[in-house]
Design a protein around this ligand. Sequence first.
Ligand SMILES: Cc1cc2nc3c(=O)[nH]c(=O)nc-3n(C[C@H](O)[C@H](O)[C@H](O)COP(=O)(O)OP(=O)(O)OC[C@H]3O[C@@H](n4cnc5c(N)ncnc54)[C@H](O)[C@@H]3O)c2cc1C
Length: 470
Amino acid sequence: MITQTKEITPEYDSKTIAKLKQIVGKNNVISDLEGLYAYSFDCAHIPFSKEYPRVVVFPENTQQVSEILKFANRHRIPVIERGAATNHAGGCNPVKGGIILHFSKMNKILEISNQDLTCKVQPGVVVGDLQNEVSKIGLFFPPDPSNLAVSTIGGGIALSSGGPRAFKYGTFKDYVLDLEVVLADGTIIKTGAQTVKNVTGYNLTQLIVGSEGTLAVITEATLRLIPKPETTNVLMAYFNTIEEAVNAVSTIINNHLTPSVVDLIDQKTVQTIEAFYPTGMLCDKEAALLIEIDGDDASVKHQQEKIISLCMENNAQYIDCAKDEEHKKRIWTSRRSAFGACAQLAPNVITEDVVVPRSKIAELSKGIIEISKKYNLITMIMGHIGDGNIHPNFALDLRDKKQKQNFEKAKAELFKLALSLGGTLSGEHGIGCQKASFLPIALDKTTLNLMIQIKKVFDPNYILNPEKML
Ligand SMILES: Cc1cc2nc3c(=O)[nH]c(=O)nc-3n(C[C@H](O)[C@H](O)[C@H](O)COP(=O)(O)OP(=O)(O)OC[C@H]3O[C@@H](n4cnc5c(N)ncnc54)[C@H](O)[C@@H]3O)c2cc1C
């Protein structure tokens, strides 16, 4: 384990704040206790320590980020990067106090090239805003971390976020060509090239992608774009068992069809959505599949017909296929309401994020149900079944000691189960604080040590997002 060399002290804070105000301007600094409290958690609201940030800063350009890091590194002050804080894993919790770097003022789309099919953006750009902007000229940025209206490009790159469209289009890592990053000592570097092909030296770009802010601060990204599919359609297919839903997906894939989205929603999730945001889903079936297809008109029609018939072959009980834009929106709204609906059940909703080979999804789902029964937990299962990525949502009250203990035990069993099925701890939300202590069961000692050495090369004073991942 790596340990921090010097703790921030209260006397130190006033000097720190004064220096930061000098770098970014006094209107770009929050240092009052009420303000700081709001930046102590990510959206899961789990207190991993009693710490809160000593200051939140909103840099407006790369030079300011560099100045902040030079100062923080000199004084061994933790720096925690924060986008929209939707990561769920305690990825931007300030567990050692320190400075929160908030990127909402570095939110410009700097360039979109129709000719090169690339764009250059700042880290605070909201994913949905980029998608809308490139769509105006017939281009597409596929990664969709299911909350496009708020989550940022910086957070998406730092976690290599995926989402429903990863099955066909891959995750953030497949779209990052070049990064401008600031190293822990304030040095500004470029990691890649503006080209789609590039094998010049080690692939530092992909080392930074998914590194959860522990190696460097992302200040600009060049991203690959693709032509926007002409049209899409979506359907919801209902099955009596999760196993039948999984079999239907395998049949679809074995028939060489590649839907843009194949998401699983279990009965408890459907019932919860219908209880709080009713859209007319069927509540009496064990599993629903949301399937989206895209392409030109003829291809979408052809894929849709085949998928409907393959679902029926696998005993689908009912298929709700969108007939117009309004209908499409309704089906997608039900899927996107899932987390919000679960959050109505208890003060906390903890979304887990395990991934297994697709063939093991039914076994994993059965195991999750057994673990939840054993520990008396309310659990709703959903996920990107096409990628084998399952998100059990646990609704509980963390103030209740017994429930908290039960959840910790259930979590450990869930991770062991995923590993025993040939899977791993996280498909897209990252390790953060939430899973850091489980890394040694997922990685061998030599691999883990190599990762620790890499961290030391990039961040010898251990100031960047401490206590996350390693
Ligand atoms: C309802 C809901 C549904 C979700 N569904 C999905 C899904 O389907 N797929 C999926 O992949 N995720 C999903 N997520 C998780 C989350 O939305 C994504 O991981 C998202 O990409 C995180 O973006 P953010 O801006 O909120 O990042 P944050 O949570 O703010 O940060 C994430 C990590 O990136 C680091 N970071 C942020 N900015 C920078 C930077 N500039 N430089 C270096 N490091 C940085 C942070 O320190 C942290 O470690 C979901 C979350 C919610 C709440």
